[in-house]
Design a protein around this ligand. Structure first.
Ligand code: ADP
Length: 470
């Protein structure tokens, strides 16, 4: 395009432009031919050769035009400088190739003018050639620099990609580790729970009060551990996309009312009144995984109780909005700082310094809730409640979107570990356990727990205990 557009300047410099136009036309055609060749599959592998060919076609054209317009005295040779610059800027070639390609053109200029006897006055001749060779040197230097820059950039990108891959592998290894360890710990744990339960339920051989308390303590703590392991396991399932939903019709207003009834007595232990808004539409049925919806709701409600002080109420409400249903859980507890309203949904994130550590927990519950509501095609978010406290909002669509991973019966036992557990007869027991109140409501029990263990101290065993708390 540049070569052709210089035809506009030709009339300013020479009287007769007809022949020049011919040369320009030929050069453009030859360049287009090189361009066409570059589309051949075999030629595409040699881009530098093609680029050098195009450069020589243009450079040759410049030399021809220079010769036709006065040789050494013509200013047209300056177009060679532009050619060198353009080539070095555009082509990622080696310094030696740059030296050869540009040097050959510079040499050709000198030889052609000399051969045609059109070198002009000596001073001009020397200056013209000198400037051309300096331009060759500059092109080569620029090539060296840009190559270095490209190499550094390439190495940087490569190392970044490598680090990224390593990080991903580390993350995968961590998920695998969590999954393996949860599986491995689950089995002995359930095997510990089973005999403890048998002892507690053995009607024939009554336990003393002390024995019962100790066994119940062991059972509670084993269940708590099982719960943490389950959450870790579910989280790694979400991470490697193997979590499947078991979709069924769920009446959310029934679920909320039932849940409130169920948690009320537990919350009362902390003097917290859990209630639901007066008007709950008759039916708020959606298609969802009942167990997961309940688990998410239980987590949010138990958080509300956990982070509220004695006597502060917790209120649930439910509303249908177009094709979605929104459940809100509002508390008047310690609240969540505005800058952490989103972060609390990240894995293991706990608000600091709200004293969360004092409250216990692992920071998994909300991360799981977020993933599973997303899997349902819904969303969950937290906001600050005017006047203190927080409001959690869970939105679920009437039905999960197309393509949601749904559980089929056979997939249930797909994993090796699970099959192994099943052969030991544990799987059924483990699944039954999940539905039981003392397991489902464990978070709530923890949230309302006063962390007080009764002991039967005999009359002579009394001790004074001094507790210093910050
Ligand atoms: P966990 O309760 O096990 O720490 P979660 O994922 O359920 O894990 O919660 C993450 C964090 O979000 C909590 O540790 C707490 O800091 C904050 N949080 C959650 N719910 C509330 C709430 N209702 N009020 C105040 N802070 C909350």
């Amino acid at each position: 395009v540049a070569f052709l557009s210089f035809a506009l300047i030709d009339p300013l410099l020479v009287d007769e432009t007809g022949d020049l136009l011919w040369v320009r036309g030929l050069v453009v055609l030859a360049t287009l031919a090189v361009l066409a060749v570059s589309y051949l599959p075999s030629a595409a592998r040699r881009p530098v050769v093609l680029a050098v060919a195009a450069g020589w076609v243009i450079g040759g054209g410049v030399i021809a035009v220079t010769l036709m317009t006065g040789g050494g005295e013509s200013r047209y040779h300056e177009a060679l400088l532009l050619t060198f610059m353009g080539l070095s800027l555009i082509i990622p070639w080696r310094p030696t190739t740059a030296a050869l390609a540009c040097g050959a053109l510079s040499l050709a200029y000198g030889l052609v003018m000399w051969w045609a006897g059109a070198t002009g006055p000596v001073g001009t001749w020397i200056t013209n050639n000198g400037i051309l060779w300096v331009a060759v040197a500059i092109s080569v230097t620029a090539t060296i620099w840009s190559r270095r820059l490209r190499t550094t950039e390439f190495i940087g990108r490569y190392q970044l990609a490598l680090a990224h891959e390593e990080l991903k592998e580390l993350d995968r290894a961590k998920s695998r580790f969590f999954a393996n360890i949860s599986h491995e710990l689950r089995t002995p744990l359930t095997l510990t729970l089973a005999p403890v339960e048998a002892l507690l339920e053995d009607g024939g051989d009554p336990l003393s009060e002390g024995q019962r308390e100790n066994l119940e303590l062991a059972q509670r703590n084993a269940l708590r551990l099982l719960r943490e392991l389950d959450d870790l396991l579910e989280l790694s399932r979400v991470e490697n996309s193997s979590l499947r939903l078991r979709i069924e019709p769920v009446d959310l207003s029934e679920l909320v009312v039932g849940l409130v009834e169920e948690v009320r007595p537990l919350a009362a232990r902390k003097g917290i009144d859990v209630s639901h808004a007066e008007v709950l539409e008759a039916s708020m049925s959606i298609l969802a995984d009942r167990l997961w919806v309940e688990k998410i709701l239980l987590n949010v409600v138990s958080n509300a109780i956990k982070f509220s002080d004695v006597g502060q109420p917790v209120e649930l409400s439910l509303a249908r909005e177009e094709d979605r249903v929104a459940i809100e859980v509002a508390d008047r507890g310690i609240g969540i700082p505005a800058d952490q309203l989103e972060e609390i949904f990240q894995r293991f994130h706990q608000v600091v310094p709200s004293g969360t550590r004092r409250q216990g927990g692992t920071g998994i519950g909300l991360a799981l809730a977020l993933e599973v509501t997303r899997l349902h095609g819904g969303r969950i978010e937290a906001r600050q409640r005017p006047g203190g406290g927080s409001v959690f909002r869970i939105e679920l669509p009437e039905r999960p979107p197309e393509g949601t991973p749904v559980e089929r019966r056979l997939q249930r036992q797909s994993s090796d570990q699970e099959r192994r557990a099943d052969t030991e007869g544990l799987l059924e027991w483990q699944q039954a356990l999940r539905h039981r109140e003392d397991y489902r409501l464990l978070d709530l029990q923890d949230a309302t727990e006063r962390r007080l263990v009764k002991r039967n101290a005999g009359p002579g065993e009394r001790r004074s205990v001094l507790v210093v708390d910050d």
